[in-house]
Design a protein around this ligand. Structure first.
Ligand code: VTB
Length: 322
């Protein structure tokens, strides 16, 4: 992949964030998602690449655009796999809450796990604990390992977990062990990535969330030098078959970071829609001026860029606004 692709991709997440942020707090998650998807789709048209969506808004019959298998880009340039989550946190935006982002991962063709839309068990840590944690270790052991790696007392260790009934047992065990729990409502890509940024205070991410979000998180974590492991949780026979079609002989096999993103070259870009731990959300500054904060990074070079951009909406006729 050419390095210019990184900046092209951040233009695409910016467009999605600008479009969906206009739905903040309006109680309409589908409209917010549609706005992000439409803007992202339009922007992709101008990117020089031969891209195929491997993780998207769904299958062709359920998603009008950015569906799995859709070809993106001008058709000239590198052959790449594309994973999109035009609006990671549709409910967040509908409720006007924190940590919604527009995200994309791009990687050399054939290197992103084609994860179907099902649940996935996940664990993520930052660079200090990379290579040391295992999804199947008891949480108490993992906490000791991460505390030591991050040079913290167990009582200062913070584990981020999505607030769901399915996580009650693990939440109780983390607290019983003496560590702290940060409960979040939605958006586990931003929660997983937070482990690679010490300033967030998050040491460990654990829990069950979407498989597509898992692969996208893995691309970011690979760029950041952190670590992640996962396991798909197929609930039905159809879901089992999807995993097998995807090339996993054992659908419940342990997936390492390299199984999730197997190449050396992946690009991850995200633009904040609402304020979050890592990125500020879209700011409407008056008149037609809007400011965005994005992050874009590449696993091959490990460069992490924060991009602040000023946009003049009157010069963006291609974006759909409320
Ligand atoms: C997960 C998580 C996402 O929605 O898919 C979650 O990965 C859905 O969980 O980041 P529930 O089925 O329990 O609601 C997100 O939080 C947002 O899309």
């Amino acid at each position: 992949m050419e390095r210019e692709l990184a900046l092209e991709i951040v233009r695409v997440t910016e467009a999605a964030a600008l479009a969906s942020a206009q739905w903040m707090g309006r109680g309409k998650k589908n409209e917010a998602d549609n706005a992000a998807t439409t803007a992202m789709r339009k922007m992709f048209d101008s990117v020089n690449m031969e891209g195929t969506v491997v993780i998207g808004e769904g299958e062709l019959d359920e998603a009008p655009m950015l569906y799995i298998g859709e070809k993106l880009g001008t058709g000239q340039g590198p052959k790449v796999d594309i994973a999109v989550d035009p609006l990671e946190g549709t409910t967040i935006v509908a409720k006007g809450n924190s940590n919604a982002m527009a995200v994309i991962a791009v990687a050399d063709k054939g290197t992103l796990l084609h994860a179907p839309d099902m649940y996935m068990e996940k664990i993520a840590v930052g660079p200090n604990a990379a290579g040391l944690v295992h999804l199947d270790d008891p949480i108490e052991t993992t906490i000791d390992i991460v505390a030591k790696a991050n040079n913290k007392r167990v009582q200062d260790l913070c584990v981020i977990v999505q607030e769901r009934d399915r996580h009650q047992d693990i939440i109780d065990r983390i607290r019983a062990k003496g560590a702290r729990v940060n409960l979040f409502q939605d958006g586990d890509v931003s929660a997983a990535i937070a482990t690679s940024f010490p300033s967030t205070g998050i040491d460990l991410f654990i829990g069950i969330g979407g498989a597509p979000e898992g692969v996208i998180s893995a691309a970011a974590i690979k760029c950041l030098g952190g670590d992640m492991q996962a396991r798909l949780i197929p609930h039905t026979k159809e879901e089992e078959e999807r995993c097998i079609e995807m090339g996993l002989k054992n659908p419940r096999q342990l997936l390492t970071l390299n199984d999730l993103v197997c190449g050396e070259d992946a690009i991850f870009a995200a633009t904040g829609v609402s304020n979050g731990d890592l990125l500020a959300g879209v700011r409407f500054l008056g008149g037609d001026l809007v400011e965005t904060d994005s992050i874009v990074m590449r696993s091959k070079t490990k460069t992490v860029r924060f991009v602040k951009a000023h946009h003049h909406l009157s010069h963006k006729p291609h974006l759909v606004f409320v």
